[in-house]
Design a protein around this ligand. Structure first.
Ligand SMILES: Nc1nc2c(ncn2[C@@H]2O[C@H](COP(=O)(O)OP(=O)(O)OP(=O)(O)O)[C@@H](O)[C@H]2O)c(=O)[nH]1
Length: 330
């Protein structure tokens, strides 16, 4: 123990040297009503804040700025708990930020009252820059992660879009159609379905070749697209030369009008089809099978079969026409 090896003079000298030479700020305050009065601050403390002159109140020193506002709370906490308190402070001195670990220690007299509080602070500023550097690196990483996440999300959206799109026509594909159909059914929404099929398309291909057939499919797709009335109407390529239009909340008469209008629009295009077997036409025609699920409560197979049957009937009864099968409510 120091006081066993040092006599009082030595001890006093020891503490004087410590006070003078310590690189850490050390100071002593007197407890006064609602405040703390600076008694003395060593040179290291004065280097941090020259306002810490004897007689200055802590509240005044704080008002002059530079210190964290929590400092005064630390003094009161020390006073109330009669315990040492420890906290971090980041004062700004001459435009530079410092980092201190501050300790406030109560000095208690023989009556158990706190008369003074002494404080010291460990200068941790050297750790501040690496800490800031780490924070900056962290920030850069976070920005990069956000960027990459967005790229990934965009790529996934694109992939989703691609896997939902028919490559040849750019329309929704069968997968997309099925999903939309199930969503409508799950929501219990009534809807009409139109199965649209080009007449004698094999002959068209045989006559003009497969590439011309592809171009023709694109032309038909573009023409039919204009009949989507609202965002959740969906025209898709069901497969081959067959298209399907899904019309939610569409009454029968309107669905019939749309089907007829589609048929006329393809007529009006006068796409040459010299081998079309439909009587008196030498241009492209379509047949449409229409069915309606008035309450949206049929299972998909029933609805699709009805639409397919309707298309079959349109073909069987001469093609270039609309045939309708209305499902009754379940
Ligand atoms: N060019 C082209 N032809 C296709 C494509 N998909 C299917 N087809 C052709 O479409 C034709 C469909 O023929 P079928 O199912 O016999 O029907 P159809 O000749 O249209 O006769 P109906 O439907 O009974 O009027 C076949 O020749 C297929 O090769 C495609 O992506 N491009």
């Amino acid at each position: 123990m120091i006081n066993q090896t040092l006599n009082p003079q030595q001890l006093q000298y020891f503490f004087e040297q410590l006070w003078k030479q310590s690189l850490n700020p050390i100071w002593v305050c007197k407890v006064v009503p609602n405040d703390f009065e600076m008694v003395s601050a060593n040179e290291a403390a004065m280097r941090v804040d020259a306002n810490q002159i004897p007689g200055a109140l802590i509240s005044e020193i704080l008002e002059k700025g530079g210190h964290a506002p929590e400092l005064i709370s630390g003094y009161f906490a020390c006073l109330e708990t009669k315990q040492m308190v420890e906290f971090e402070q980041r004062p700004w001195v001459n435009g530079k930020e410092y980092l201190y670990r501050t300790l406030l220690v109560p000095i208690i007299n023989e009556h158990g009252e706190i008369t003074h509080i002494w404080g010291t602070a460990h200068n941790l500023t050297d750790f501040l820059d690496p800490q800031k550097e780490l924070l900056a690196i962290n920030q850069i990483l976070e920005t990069k992660i956000t960027e990459r996440t967005k790229q990934l999300r965009d790529a996934m959206e694109k992939l989703e879009q691609l896997s939902d799109t028919d490559e040849l026509t750019g329309l929704a594909n069968r997968r997309h159609f099925n999903r939309h159909l199930h969503a409508l059914m799950n929501a219990g929404r009534p809807f009409a379905i139109l199965f649209i099929d080009i007449d004698y398309f094999k002959r068209y291909n045989d006559h003009f070749g497969h590439q011309a057939g592809d171009a023709c499919l694109r032309q038909v797709a573009e023409c039919l697209q204009q009949f989507q009335r609202q965002p959740d109407d969906l025209l898709s390529r069901y497969g081959g030369e067959e298209f399907v239009m899904l019309l939610p909340d569409c009454p029968l008469h309107e669905a019939k009008e749309i089907a007829d209008a589609m048929r006329s629009a393809i007529h009006d295009k006068r796409i040459p089809h010299p081998t079309n077997r439909v009587p008196n036409v030498d241009y492209l025609t379509i047949s449409v099978g229409l069915t309606l699920s008035p309450a949206g409560n049929h299972d998909p197979d029933t609805v699709l079969k009805a639409a397919d049957d309707a298309l079959y009937e349109a073909k069987e009864t001469g093609r270039d026409r609309v045939y309708m099968i209305e499902l009754t409510s379940n």
